[in-house]
Design a protein around this ligand. Structure first.
Ligand code: ADP
Length: 244
């Protein structure tokens, strides 16, 4: 973990849509070196939380990255601060190759890169991202012909190329095959070594297998937080999920 990486601390996060409070005074601590799962029933406020953290929803409260306030700063600047996000539906350029997609993602660092006087043709972060995600053998293929799983990995690779320190992934394994899900879980654990990984997820089996920490949201509030065992044995969580 790079020095000074203290993760993401969310305090009293609140998002209102008119009279309705979708996220209601939420505190979250996303530590570095963890794969933190954000779960909860439909409408619990998970996506709205992530939208607020990434500047897509107007929110009040505080979001500190390594101690520095980042709530309310413009999305583009947020990426430069090291906060990156994927969406459920891939946002990559389907007609361009994997390498071209990564090259575009790297673009925003290019000016800084050339200021450093670097001479190499390819950004070393691209090589690293390809190795981490295991996409080296498909770099020249159009992104559009990749499997659903591979597309999600390209999205993650794009965040790595942008030097994201915090990765927010919205249902990364939705629609994936069993093997792709296992590969994704292992990828998350490789990535967490130098980063904070936050996963919004519905898939409970995937959560049980790969979460190092879990927060359960319900009706815009934190219902339970802790280890997989602590959270899944919490009667309040069982009640919400089993409806008993
Ligand atoms: P989750 O991701 O946990 O399923 P969401 O964050 O999508 O939940 O939604 C939380 C609540 O906020 C839901 O009741 C949803 O209907 C409401 N909501 C989300 N976005 C908006 C919006 N733009 N305007 C009004 N209500 C919204």
């Amino acid at each position: 973990t790079p020095a000074g990486n203290t993760g993401l601390a969310v305090r009293d996060l609140t998002v209102r849509f008119g009279p309705f409070t979708a996220v209601d005074g939420v505190d979250l601590d996303f530590a570095p070196d963890t794969v933190h799962f954000l779960i909860g029933p439909n409408g619990a406020g998970k996506t709205t939380c992530v939208d607020a953290i990434t500047g897509l929803s107007k929110a009040t409260g505080s979001v500190r990255l390594d101690g520095q306030e980042v709530l309310g700063i413009p999305v583009r600047k947020l990426a430069r601060q090291g906060i990156g996000r994927t969406f459920q539906t891939a946002t990559l350029f389907e007609n361009l190759t994997v390498l071209q997609n990564l090259d575009i993602a790297a673009g925003m660092h290019r000016s800084r890169w050339s200021l450093l006087g670097a001479r190499s043709r390819i950004d070393p972060a691209i090589d690293e991202a390809l190795e981490d995600t295991g996409l080296g053998h498909v770099i020249d293929r159009p992104a559009g012909i990749l499997s659903h799983g591979q597309k999600q990995w390209v999205e993650i690779a794009m965040l790595l190329v942008q030097r994201a320190k915090v990765l927010l992934l919205d249902e990364p394994v939705a629609g994936m095959s069993h093997d792709e899900r296992q590969a994704t879980g292992e990828l998350l654990h490789r990535l967490k070594r130098e980063r904070t990984v936050i996963v919004v997820e519905h898939d409970m089996d995937f959560m049980r297998q790969f979460a190092s920490e879990v927060t359960v949201l319900h009706q815009g509030k934190v219902l339970s937080a802790g280890s997989v065992d602590a959270v899944t044995s919490d009667p309040r969580v069982q009640q919400v999920y089993l409806g008993s």
